[in-house]
Design a binder for this molecule. Structure first.
Ligand SMILES: Cc1ncc(COP(=O)(O)O)c(C=O)c1O
Length: 467
């Protein structure tokens, strides 16, 4: 298992030439370069340049002793694809490098990444403290599933660090936020949240799906663990579901004896290994792999890891175009009298503008939410009239996508829960894609025009009244 950080790659300081492993020390490289080269080397056996898809269930042992050493985690190597796989390992190293962490675990979906990151720290009788505005399934996991296992989820009144701090106590195991919330576009004060979490002795877990490490690296502001839905911008083409957990290696799990005993005391489910002793700074992610993933099996298929690696190579370029198109769409919507309101953190009058400035360099995001004059009914007609935009519940695809959160992603929430999550009934969310901006704007314009036609009128135009 490639559980130990690669000394020549992860954690290497300074710039320089290729070393004996053929890898360039990643801290010398810019993110655009890491997105293409991180974790990759020409296959030593076949000289294949593209990362091979290791479509195999398992890996042979040289001997009984070799197998035992692999299971004891004392040598590196692969055992069984439910636990790890060489294709996934390239993706994991690339993600760790992109985020600036010591290790990563890829898993079957963003949802499983979130589940594992939390499950790795909690036990019955403990709690997590979260910001209130979250992606719908994350909210459901926290509000409804974890409590059934004896874990309390405490949602703060707002995402301000002081409201979060007020809920942390001796049983808290983590603070949780989304760097940029989906769909509300709220930008978290990661530095402030990390400070209150650390003051209380707990780590900050950040879902960094929306900005991706191309726009924001939460570890630079004190976050301890980052989770991703790679399904979105990283894969980028709407083909592949995947998730990841990245460990900063910075949290001191041993600071308070007993609090994180799953990492600092012998692990009964893995013949007594002490993760902090055996894996040092990579203790958290090593346990995610060998306890959470090994025993519950939300594994990313190697083919999917390959597809996401392809996506990552163009992520930097795609993010630029996503943001440029989004900025133009926002300007269009703001100037249009048919639009009642526009929510986008890059707008100077957005309450999130100062945080957008600090954490996203003022560049905003490619998600835009807005309401049409005329409320829910007018919004529904506009939504149905879009032609280029695909109506679906995804984001970060090359294609422009549109969703109505109140009737889809946040449908299972009560009206009050939706209000707290920042989802208004009439809210339409755009994920602005990579098409030519003229075509994107023309589609929005025609949809708004079509939505002004009342149904009886439309029926007349199509001869509906004659029947
Ligand atoms: C911010 C965020 N986190 C996590 C997820 C869950 O990811 P996945 O669909 O890959 O399970 C989503 C899905 O939309 C999301 O928007």
């Amino acid at each position: 298992m490639d559980l130990l950080p690669e000394p020549d790659c992860v954690g290497a300081e300074g710039g320089g030439d290729r070393d004996h492993s053929g890898l360039v020390p990643f801290r010398a490289l810019k993110r655009e370069t890491i997105a293409i080269h991180g974790g990759h080397r020409i296959d030593p056996t076949t000289k294949a340049v593209a990362t091979p898809i290791y479509q195999t269930v398992g890996f042979g042992f040289d001997s009984a002793e070799h197998g035992a050493a692999l299971f004891d985690l004392t040598v590196q190597g692969h055992i069984y694809t439910r636990i790890d796989n060489p294709t996934n390992a390239v993706l994991e190293q690339r993600l760790a490098q992109l985020e600036g962490g010591v290790g990563a675990l890829t898993v079957a979906s963003g949802a499983s990444a979130i589940h594992y990151a939390v499950a790795n720290l909690v036990e019955a009788g403990t709690n997590i403290v979260s910001v209130p505005q979250l992606y719908g399934a994350t909210y459901t996991l926290f509000a409804h599933l974890l409590p059934k296992q004896g874990v309390e989820s405490r949602f703060a009144r707002s995402d301000s660090p002081s409201d979060i701090a007020a809920l942390i106590d001796g049983s808290t195991r983590a603070v949780y936020c989304e760097s940029v919330g989906n769909p509300a576009g709220n930008v978290a004060d990661i530095e402030g949240l990390a400070q209150v979490a650390h003051r209380a002795g707990v780590p900050l877990i950040v879902d960094n799906t929306v900005p991706t490490p191309m726009l924001l690296r939460p570890f630079e502001y004190g976050a301890d663990v980052v989770v991703h839905s790679m399904t979105k911008f990283m894969g980028g083409h709407g083909t592949t579901v995947g998730g990841a957990i990245v460990d900063s290696g910075n949290f001191d799990w041993e600071r308070e004896p007993g609090r994180f005993r799953m990492l600092t005391e012998p692990e009964p489910s893995y013949h007594g290994v002490i993760y902090t002793e055996q894996f040092g700074r990579a203790a958290f992610v090593a346990r995610c792999r060998t306890v959470c993933q090994r025993n519950t099996g939300s594994t990313l298929a190697p083919l999917n890891a390959f597809l996401i690696l392809q996506g990552l190579e163009t992520l930097p370029l795609r993010m630029e175009r996503h943001l440029e198109n989004a900025r133009t769409v926002v300007a269009f919507l703001r100037a249009d009298p048919r639009i009642a309101w526009v929510n986008w953190p890059g707008l100077q009058d957005s309450p999130f503008y100062p945080l957008c400035h600090k954490y996203l360099g003022g560049r905003g995001i490619s998600l835009i939410t807005f309401g049409v004059v005329g409320g829910f009914e007018a919004g529904r007609r506009t939504f149905n009239a879009l032609r280029l935009f695909t109506r679906m519940v995804n984001m970060g695809d090359a294609k422009s996508l549109v969703t109505h959160p109140a009737s889809t992603t946040h449908r299972q929430l009560t009206a009050e829960e939706r209000r707290k999550a920042g989802v208004q009934p009439e809210m339409i969310r755009l994920s602005v894609g990579l098409e030519h901006i003229d075509d994107i704007l023309a589609d929005i314009d025609q949809a708004l025009r079509a939505s002004e036609i009342r149904p009886p009128m439309r029926a007349r135009l199509h001869g509906g009244e004659a029947h």
